[in-house]
Design a protein around this ligand. Structure first.
Ligand SMILES: [Zn+2]
Length: 335
């Protein structure tokens, strides 16, 4: 780092530059009714050994997404220091207030961490965390892996993802890293709402960024946790930070694309969501994918929603009721 990072109310309890492995906390004063001189302690871990690139590994950007939180805790605890060449910084519960309540957004300020970047030093708790991550952690990193899952309102065919980037060399590196992750799908993802996301902060800094959506529905499965655990270590092996070869997934990663907004279907009605196609099934343009039944009008014909394109049903709405404006399904096409 050449520039001095801007001041933050957050102070780390550990040294990121000392060799070895240690857990610590990012400490942020938070005066409140139940603790007048209280603070928030966001867990953070570092493994540093020899020379090599720095990876910043993040989970708990949203508090109700679990595969990444589990895999990063395991990575810290189970990785021998001597297997590392470079530095791994692990932030397994970035929006820690939301992680503690198992909610997408912070219970303190309602902040959605992945709409709060690059953050503000003098902002809300969520904005202060985002500001620290931008200026004190992303600034140290050569690559950032931000592990998401669907949370309580989405579910996915597990995928690692990148974005369409103006820097095509960076886009190619990101695609290769997403493929190395070894999830069932590697996706060039279209974001419906990309303002304030960590993704753009890292990508605009010209750094390697990979994100994921690893199942969802507010929990995790044995299978989705296996994918996360293998994937995190695969990306680190791919860039040479972790010893060993990239471990192939159960099937080759299917590289896919989301070319435009026609990959998404949104509900214009409220009611009971009846899926007509399940995750991982192929759909055709015009094929019915869901029906919405009207709660108060059982005799009324349900509304049928159709896919706008051929592809793989990669994402779906959770839980059983939908509201007007809710995301219903997304479709990905082969790259
Ligand atoms: Zn998320």
């Amino acid at each position: 780092m050449t520039e001095t990072p801007p001041a933050s109310k957050i102070s780390p309890s550990i040294d990121f530059d000392a060799p070895g492995k240690r857990w610590g906390a990012l400490v942020l004063a938070h005066s409140r009714d139940d603790s007048a001189w209280g603070s928030i302690r966001i867990p953070i871990g570092v493994i540093k050994n020899g020379t090599g690139p720095t990876a910043l590994l993040i989970a708990g950007n949203h508090g109700d997404e679990y595969e990444g939180q589990i895999a990063l805790r395991r990575l810290m605890n189970e990785t021998p220091v001597e297997d590392v060449s470079g530095t791994i910084i692990v932030l397994p519960g970035m929006n820690f207030p939301a992680v503690r309540t198992g909610t997408r957004c912070s219970p303190i300020d309602g902040g959605n961490m992945n709409r709060a970047f690059p953050g503000r030093a003098d902002g809300t708790i969520t904005q202060i965390i985002a500001h620290y991550v931008t200026h004190h952690l992303v600034s140290r990193a050569d690559l950032v892996l931000d592990l998401h899952s669907g949370g309580k309102t989405l579910d996915f065919v597990p995928f690692a993802a990148t974005h369409r980037l103006p820097d095509t060399a960076l886009a190619d590196r990101a695609r290769a890293a997403a493929q190395a992750f070894g999830a069932p799908v590697g996706l060039v993802m279209l974001e419906l709402d990309d303002t304030g996301m960590l993704d753009g902060v890292v990508e605009r800094a010209g750094k390697l960024f990979v994100t994921t959506e690893l199942a969802g529905a507010g929990s995790s499965t044995a299978s989705s946790n296996r994918i996360a655990w293998r994937g995190v270590r695969n990306v680190l092996r791919h860039v040479g930070i972790l010893a060993g070869e990239v471990e192939p997934g159960e099937a080759p990663t299917r590289m896919m694309d989301m070319p435009d907004a026609s990959c998404f279907v949104t509900s214009e009605h409220a009611g009971i969501h009846e899926p007509l196609v399940d995750l991982g099934e192929e759909v055709l343009a015009g094929q019915p994918v869901a029906r919405i039944h009207f709660l108060e009008e059982p005799g009324r014909e349900p509304v049928v929603y159709h896919s706008e394109r051929d592809g793989l049903l990669i994402g779906r709405h959770i839980p059983g009721l939908v509201k007007t404006g809710d995301f219903l399904i997304s479709v990905a096409v082969d790259l």
